[in-house]
Structures are given as structure tokens and as C-alpha cells.
Design a protein around this ligand. Sequence first.
Ligand code: BGC
Length: 260
Amino acid sequence: MTAPASDQPVAPGEAAFGVDIGGSGIKGAVVDAVTGELRTQRVRIATPRPSTPDNVAEVVVELVTRAKWSGPVGATFPAVIKRGVARSAANVDESWIDTDVDAVFSKATGLEVTVLNDADAAGIAEVRFGAAKGVPGLVILLTFGTGIGSGIFLDGQLVPNSELGHLELDGHDAESRAAASVKDKQKMSYKQWSKRVQTYMSHVEALFSPDLFIVGGGVSKDADRWVPLLNLQTPVRPAQLLNNAGIVGAAMAAVERGAD
Ligand code: BGC
């Protein structure tokens, strides 16, 4: 099915194209910056193998071209991103390290592309439009997927590039024990896996004393099967934007950069 094209002119700051780059799929849509709603149907293309910068850039070009988009673009990336440059590569091809991802995607698309960490993007979406909207104080979003991503927000303001998925826990990289991919690989039930999440989140809680946790990633759609099993001082809310959080947050980052 083809997405409705976005060929109407868009006022600056009104909308942006969001791209969510993940290990298995790359998704994109035009996002309304006022409501956070998708203005075009979300399109998903399988992540190329190997997922090198050039191969991924080709997919980003295809997504914006299919939507006939010519405005700002925001893209998530599952790594530390400092001023557009990837500084880590935990679950992606090592060739990304030190790549200026902003520059690669901007050159390929001919558009201004803003890249940010995937969990930071998901957090922006939840803070603007979802489970953390209007929440004061310290909010920590944790995404459970292939790895564990984190987004830290103080009074709605992002503290970028936290990497709480890589805290050391009992001598292990925390995401290698408590990511959702570990649950799948080891065929754990939600009840079994929630014990690992409990150990991990109580550690994060002890270090940061947050006011609110938001839990995201694919497993947030089954939140009622594991969130009630957690025993923490901090309230825990499931993410609300589910599959669209990355796209929406990336687009918002692009819009807000344009407004600087
Ligand atoms: C990466 C983070 C990323 C998270 C979720 C981790 O392995 O280090 O940068 O946010 O996975 O994709």
C-alpha cells in the first residue's frame, strides 16, 4: 500500500518527517508538530544487511521520496549521538562509530536531517504528547528492545545521551540481562523476565531517585502483564506512543532545531 503523499506546502515549524532506525526495520512518516499525529501512513522498510551508513541512507532517501517530502527530517539512531556524530555502536554495525550521521543523511536526501539517540527521541515524544506530558521533576524513560535505551528529562528538558542500559549489574552489562530480546531468546515468561527488570530498575531508582519511570519498547503494549509485577517506590507508566514514539520524537527534534 502506498502512503498518501504530503505534497501540500507546509509552513516552517508545522511538520517534519520522522524516521525511526531500528535493527530490523526503518520506519518513517510525516508528523504534525502541533498534535504529534502522523500526517501520512507509516511506511516500514526492512533494515538492509549489512546496515552500513550508505545502505541505511538509501532507505532514508526512499522513505522521504515516497512521501514526496521536502522539509526538515529527524531520525533516531540506536547509539550515542554527539552533534550529529555517532560515538557508540552497541547493536549496530561498527562502521557507524565516528560517522557524521547528520551529514551522511543530509547529503543523501538533500534535506536538513537531525539525528538523535533513539531512546531520547522516544522520550521527547512521551514528554510532549504521551505518558510524561506535563510531569515536573525527573522523568526517566527506559526502552526495552534489542538493548535497553534511556532518556532522562528534568522538567521536560532532555539530558541527552544517557546510556543506562549499559550500567553494570552483578558483573554484567545490564541490557544483556534485562533487554526484551533476552526474554525472547531465553523464552522467558513475562513473570520470569520481570524479575530481571525489577533488579535493573531498582538499581536505576537507587542511583537517580526519579519522580516517574516510563517504560517503552515493543513490550510496552503488553505492559499489563509485567508492570504490575514490579515493586518500586517510583510510579511506572507504560509509554503511550508505542510504535510511533521514535518517529514522532525525531520529527519534533527536527522542528525544534529549525526553531533555534
Ligand atoms: C545503545 C543505546 C540505545 C539502546 C536502545 C543500546 O545498546 O547503546 O544508545 O539507545 O541500545 O536502542
